[in-house]
Ligand binder design. Structure first.
Ligand SMILES: [Mn+2]
Length: 593
């Protein structure tokens, strides 16, 4: 096909060919989908388009070893990380190998006692239990010492990892990692579970060639794609290309024949029609919740069980842990936000600004340093993100550990927080720090808190300008009063359904709405806001951050307000209706909130 002829010169031509609304054509066009072949492959991601597993470095070598292990009935240990990706990857390997009749021992390290990655004592234990092959998934590419233990014991170590290798590679039997410099597969966007899927694909192929399945049924690979989909979205992998094929088929599997564990999670959370957003916001946190327990094994059991009753039990347990985590997070957000508001209007900071002329050229204080005595360490990162999002400046959220304050930092695109922490003017107050441009961690002595806050702000006043604090907000299109046409928007929504899955690299479409006076504003559960924009219902979760702000928010629902919304289906008593989910709003007469 001539690529030139199949190319559209503008979105109007695309809309005509696809017979879709202008709005959807505009989205595809803006996102670089501009020719027929591209768009067809995008809208119909076929499993036959998946690349051959053996294009990934060391994959064939790893698979060949497993073919022998299966033939010789060797016991195999699977070592998965405790997060969602590691758990799903371990579940894929375990389920597939067990379906072949292999003796599999599955291990996940304890987040608190062992930490991330493959560790020597755990490997020694697995070897003493008899494993002759050890497969790590979603971790292992930096496990130099554990690999040496395997070599010394004559055990073959196979790594299935997607993390960046370090300077020294472990001495493993096979190092399957598309991030290795020598890899030519182009599959570096696969998550650990995606890699596990390509591995079992290759293994089934070789076993078939060896006649292993003669006279018996081959295990189904399609039924594992739900786990790949969950991991890909939860691990924030790019959802374009190969991942789009995997996730869209995984979602189909989940809808048609969900495994008991996922069915139990969806039932408890009231999800009737699983979409990519649910994998990130509903399934991910519940699987992760298990990692906060002694071991992550309940999550693994949940994913592997064929018993709906047992699945229900574990899902309820995870639901509870996740709810407790949510509550503790909400409490820390409220306390940290109160401190932030106090600092923004603090007379101490105003005095400091008068002595520091540069402070006038940008928000003041430039950064917020918030500290609590017993804020849960596991939530300070997410709390820092939320405060940063609202106040649009770098934020440190710290909690006390003995003589130290320890915690997380989050920053804006134009203020590289790692650079800031590295400067002597700031690092002089820190006992430890690390991270990258957007996010990091730091610790300091309790008595240095005020000096650190002042030093950090002084440094930022001298090195940053007002422009660095302006965050452009992405929108796919602008909508006005004339566009608030429910039948038209309903048609658009049905077309948007065809663009799923959304995620990193292909985000859910967002529309900016201005010049429409909202009506019928009311507050739900003290913190959410429901109103109508034209004839469309809009729901804004968490619009009211503190009770005393309720009246102000309600009064600012005027024609001057601007909203960023994503359309979604609201199903109630069997009737599906379009509504807007508001992700952000700038209300009239007030600061952007
Ligand atoms: Mn991962």
């Amino acid at each position: 096909v001539d690529g030139f002829e199949s190319h559209f010169d503008d979105h109007a031509g695309l809309a005509q060919w696809l017979q879709c609304s202008t709005l959807v054509a505009q989205i595809l066009w803006q996102r670089g989908l501009r020719n027929k072949e591209q768009i067809t492959a995008f809208l119909k991601p076929g499993l036959s388009q998946l690349p051959h597993p053996f294009t990934i470095i060391d994959m064939e070598k790893a698979v060949d070893r497993l073919v022998d292990a299966v033939a010789n009935e060797e016991p195999i240990a699977v070592y998965g990380d405790y997060d969602v990706d590691g758990t799903c990857g371990a579940a894929i390997l375990t389920e597939f190998l067990r379906s072949l009749g292999v003796d599999v021992r599955c291990y996940q390290p304890n987040r608190f006692k062992e930490g991330y990655g493959v560790n020597v004592p755990a490997v020694e234990r697995l070897i003493s239990e008899g494993a002759t092959v050890l497969i790590s998934v979603d971790c292992g590419i930096t496990a130099v010492a554990p690999a040496a233990v395997c070599v010394a014991s004559g055990v073959d170590y196979v790594v299935l990892d997607h993390h960046l290798p370090g300077d020294v590679l472990p001495q493993a039997f096979a190092l399957v990692d598309p991030q290795r410099a020598e890899d030519t597969s182009g599959l570096q966007n696969l998550c650990g579970a995606g890699l596990a899927f390509f591995f079992v694909m290759g293994l089934r192929l070789k076993l078939r060639q060896a006649g292993f399945f003669d006279g018996k049924a081959e295990p189904n690979l399609l039924s594992l794609l739900d786990l790949v989909a969950v991991a890909t979205i939860a691990d924030m992998a790019d959802v374009r290309g190969v991942n789009r094929i995997l996730v869209s088929h995984g979602l189909k599997v989940m809808k048609q024949k969900p495994r008991p564990g996922l069915k139990a999670i969806f039932d408890l959370a009231g999800v009737k029609d699983p979409r990519s957003q649910h994998l990130g916001f509903v399934v991910g946190p519940r699987i992760n919740a298990a990692g906060r327990l002694e071991t992550a094994t309940p999550a693994l059991e949940l994913l592997l069980t064929t018993d709906q009753g047992r699945a229900q039990e574990i899902a309820e347990q995870l639901e509870q842990i996740n709810r407790a985590r949510r509550e503790s997070q909400d409490e820390v957000v409220a306390a940290a936000r109160a401190q932030a508001l106090e600092q923004v209007s603090s007379s101490l900071f105003q005095q400091m600004a008068r002595a520091l002329p540069a402070a006038a050229y940008g928000p003041w204080p430039r950064a917020l340093v918030l500290a609590g005595e017993n804020w849960h360490e596991g939530v300070v990162g997410i709390v820092a993100s939320k405060i940063m999002e609202e106040f649009k400046r770098p934020v440190f959220v710290l909690t006390r550990k003995g003589d130290l304050y320890k915690g997380s930092a989050r920053s804006l695109a134009k203020v590289d927080i790692f650079n800031v922490m590295q400067s002597p003017a700031v690092s002089q107050f820190l006992t430890n720090y690390g991270g990258h441009a957007y996010a990091g961690g730091a610790s300091l002595k309790v008595q240095d808190l005020d000096a650190f806050r002042a030093g950090l702000n002084e440094y930022l006043a001298l090195t940053t300008v007002a422009d660095d604090y302006i965050v452009p907000r992405r929108a796919d299109a602008e909508l006005s009063g004339a566009d608030m046409n429910l039948p038209l928007l309903t048609r658009v929504m049905a077309e948007l359904d065809q663009l799923e899955p959304f995620g990193l690299g292909f985000p859910e479409p967002v529309f900016r709405i201005s010049g429409v006076a909202p009506s019928q504003g009311r507050v739900l559960k003290d913190k959410h806001l429901k109103f109508r924009i034209g004839s469309v219902d809009a729901l804004w979760f968490g619009a009211i951050r503190a009770a005393e702000e309720t009246e102000t928010v309600l009064q600012s629902l005027t024609e001057d307000a601007v909203y960023w919304v994503s359309p979604q289906w609201n199903e109630w008593q069997g009737v599906r209706k379009l509504q807007f989910r508001v992700s952000h709003g700038e209300l009239s007469g007030s600061e952007a909130i």
